[in-house]
Design a protein around this ligand. Structure first.
Ligand SMILES: NC(=O)c1ccc[n+]([C@@H]2O[C@H](COP(=O)([O-])OP(=O)(O)OC[C@H]3O[C@@H](n4cnc5c(N)ncnc54)[C@H](OP(=O)(O)O)[C@@H]3O)[C@@H](O)[C@H]2O)c1
Length: 338
């Protein structure tokens, strides 16, 4: 290991991080002093410029989504910043600007990430925007493009059209010539989703999205549904699918159980699948990072793939950021600036 490289940045022994005092509301997010984590073999220490806020962080704060074994108890699944130290085998990254997918620990001034889960932040790309990319990019890529294997010319249905996930789905679908229909909970959110590139946005509070999807697709249905609602949405989503359609569950915001009509799966030859990213291995996430480098990162370099941004908050105002997400007022990504 090149000690000289590792020593070129002064790293303090402790830092400000956001702890969860107890399961509960946004006020449970409290700034506290923590030791700066030490990178192990194959890991880097990132001086965090910004950390993305994601709905799983809210669930963790409420005590409903504990960190996987070995992960930091500090919330935060994505950061961007500068690599200031590294463990064995990763020292060549010291000094680089990166964004990284984490299993936790992002709401802090310093965070450790496996080197394989880092992506280089191109010159000219704002670190605050870069921090808003990894979690939704890894999630949408693996679920929509791999599990649901959508291709150019397909039509997909994505719920939560102005969510972090939904807005990333819109962006990727536009880049890969996929038609995207989204649902949102207000006319204002529908207008925002269309402005960000959705081909169709349906207000599910005032209309029936199943009927709307049938009309949009001339009765044929969509090739894939990316679902974060679950519950009674699932049988309705299956109605929206075309023959050989794929249904991918990534969350159950509206309910963990569903009743479905199995003959519909048989007659339309549907595939029902799903995944969670956080607990997957470093090896898997590193493979996804490689795929993103090969298939998507040139769009980031060209400025064609940028996150849809909501608001920025100071790291120490994490409670305010969560209050905004809890209220469901946001459109796009909320980011904490360290
Ligand atoms: N499986 C995975 O690997 C993975 C990875 C990342 C995220 N996720 C999940 O994906 C979902 C979206 O994450 P995000 O960070 O993009 O969240 P977000 O920005 O807070 O978006 C959540 C969206 O869900 C919609 N929604 C529908 N029913 C809801 C309900 N009952 N409660 C709250 N919101 C509801 C809201 O839209 P309207 O206001 O328009 O209704 C909102 O846009 C979360 O559930 C998260 O846990 C899963």
């Amino acid at each position: 290991m090149a000690d000289a490289d590792v020593q070129q940045f002064a790293v303090p022994s402790d830092m400000t991080a956001i702890g969860i005092a107890a399961p509960g509301g946004p006020d449970m997010l409290v700034p506290e002093r923590r030791p700066v984590p030490v990178p192990g073999a194959g890991e880097v220490l990132i001086r965090v410029a910004a950390a993305g806020v994601n709905r799983p962080d809210v669930l963790q704060r409420m005590g409903k989504y504990p960190p996987p074994p070995g992960a930091s108890d500090i919330p935060g699944l994505e950061v961007a910043g500068t690599v200031v130290a590294a463990g064995e085998g990763a020292d060549m990254m010291v000094g680089q600007k990166v964004c990284a997918l984490l299993a936790g620990g992002g709401y802090a001034e310093y965070a450790v990430a496996p080197a394989g889960q880092c992506l280089p932040v191109p010159n000219g790309v704002d670190l605050v925007e870069a921090a808003a990319l990894p979690e939704t990019l890894f999630t949408v890529w693996t679920n929509l493009f791999e599990r649901a294997y959508v291709v150019a010319g397909d039509t997909v249905l994505v719920h939560g059209g102005t969510s972090g996930i939904g807005t990333m789905a819109i962006t990727l679908c536009r880049l890969f010539d996929i038609r995207i229909v989204v649902t949102c909970g207000s006319d204002g959110k529908c207008a925002q989703a269309r402005e960000w590139g959705a081909d169709h946005a349906i207000n599910y509070r005032t209309g029936d999205y199943v009927a709307a999807v049938k009309e949009i697709t001339g009765g044929k249905g969509v090739q894939a549904v990316l679902d974060m609602v679950g519950g009674d949405y699932v049988p309705r989503n299956l109605e929206c699918l075309a023959e050989d359609g794929r249904h991918v569950s990534i969350a159950v915001l509206g309910g963990a159980k569903a009743s479905i009509f199995i003959p519909a799966i048989m007659s339309k030859r549907l595939t029902i699948t799903g995944s969670t990213l956080r607990a997957r291995s470093v090896g898997f996430k590193s493979l996804v990072a490689d795929e993103l480098m090969r298939n998507v990162w040139s769009f980031v370099e060209e400025g064609r793939l940028r996150p849809a941004m909501d608001r920025r908050f100071a790291l120490t105002d994490a409670a305010k950021a969560h209050a905004r997400m809890d209220a469901g007022e946001h459109c796009g990504k909320i980011v904490l600036v360290a």
